[in-house]
Structure formats: C-alpha cells, structure tokens
Design a protein. Sequence first.
Length: 324
Amino acid sequence: MLLGTLYALLAGLIWGLVFIGPLLLPEYPAALQSVGRYLAFGLIALPLAWLDRGALRQLTRADWIEALKLSAIGNLLYYLCLASAIQRAGGPLPTMIIGTLPVVIAISANLRDSKRDGRLPWRRLAPSLLLIALGIACVNQVELEALRADANADLGRYAVGALLALGGVACWTWYPLRNADWLRAHPGRNPRTWATAQGVAILPLALLGYIALWLYMSASGASFAMPFGPRPAFFIGLMATIGLFASWVGTLCWNQASQRLPTALAGQLIVFETLAALSYTFILRGQMPKPLTLVGVGLLIAGVIWALRVKPVHAPVVSVGDAA
C-alpha cells in the first residue's frame, strides 16, 4: 500500500508538468503539441523497446490492440483536450476540472470493480470524496471570481475551455480503469514493459497525425512555420522532456501503483497531479495562491489522507455446500 502510494505520488508530480506545456507554448496549436509530445514518446520508447524486446515478444495481438486504444484515448486525445482547454481558459480552471478525476474515478471503480478489488464502503468513502469535492470547489471559486473581475475576459472562450477539460475527464476516467484491468489480469508482466508497449503503439498514430496536420496547415495557407514552429529548439526540447518524463516515466510509475492499489483508491491519488499542476502554474505566474486556494489544497490533501485509511471489504466466498 505504501509503495503503491509513493509511486502514485511520483506519477502525479511528473504529470503535473504537462499542464504548463501549453502555457509555455501559447502560439503553438494544441493539436501540434499533442502529436509532438507523443511522437517524442514513441521515439523515446524505441530504444527502450529494443532493451525489453524479449518481454515485448510475449505480448499478443490483443495486447497490442489494447495498448493502442489506451494510448490513443488516454494519451493522445486526452492531451489534445487538455492543451486546448488550457490555451482557452488558462491553467487553474482546467486543472481543477481535471481535478475532479479522483472523485469520478473512485465512484466509477467502486461501482465497476468491487468484485475484483473489494468494495470501499460508501459510508467510509463519502467524507474523503466530500473533502476532495470541497477543495476543488474552493479553487474553482477563486478562478471564477478572477474571471468575473476581468473586463476583457472572453466568457465564450472560457466556456469552451471548460467543455474541453470535461472531455479530458472522460478520457482519463476510461484510461485508468481499462489500464488497471490489463495490469491486474497480467500480474506477471512488468509494468515497465506495458509502459513501453504503449509508447511503441502510439508512435505510428502520432506520426500520421503530425503528417496530416502539416498537410492540412499547408493546404489551408496557415502562416505557422511547420514542422517545428517559430521556436523549434524550445519546442523539440520541451516535447522530448515531456515525452520522456510525463509519458514514459509517469506511465511506468502509474502502472506500478495500479498493480499495488485498488482502482478506486488509485483513482483518488490522481489528486497528486492536480496539486503538482497548481503549484507549477502559480510558480509560472509568479504569484502566491489566494487564501481560499490554499484552503482548497488543504482539503484535497485531507481527502487523500482520509482515503488511504479506507480498506476495501471483500464479499465473503460462498462455497458450493453453503449455497446448497
């Protein structure tokens, strides 16, 4: 339990970096950032795949199809939604909408996976979910007040950003549930191998997406300088950094956590990503968070600590004789 929690914490600290990528590249289309990140992830995965080629050969065709689905929805589509949302609504609002994932995943997993992982009693889980929800509401309130105070704010643009962030929530509610299904069904497989497999699977899709985007921008007469934009060195360096750490290392850490923790509990620990992303965003802004934001962060942490104390309850095994 402790080791799984530490892996989830490390994954959250690393994944928080992806929230500042769109803020560092505001002039780059979100689609280019998404395919660029996962093209870098795929290229980084190739030498890792060579080193792990023996284990990768053991994966079946069905395993590779599952890896492609997970990468396409949980990586490529998710980051497209997230980057688009941040470019339209700024950092904190999408971060906190994505921050509802601990609540959404915990509820989904408790409804879906109770037979496999045990049921987290709703009565004992409710205070944790309430604390997390209140923390998210506090931070959202601060951001909405700032939005209303800005005379130049484009409410329509912010609303679209919020909707795109909700799309990201849908993608990443699906991803950890399906990813945990595979990992729990294959306890003998190394989580590192599965992380590398997802990187290899996404490479051709990201490459095709990059080429298609380049052709589309050329045909539409866009002034954007393809293939690497107006700051090529910075773009390539940032995509490589995010591709290595946020995609491969982060996925590896999350896989390790998913093998050790019930899915409902692991889902709540995604709150570490939210806390890290908020910290990085305010550091980038050069501002201290508002008091209500700090209250919200405290509530999030309290909710996670409470959740760690809740143990799953497994249904009693009924023997044939008892059933008769």
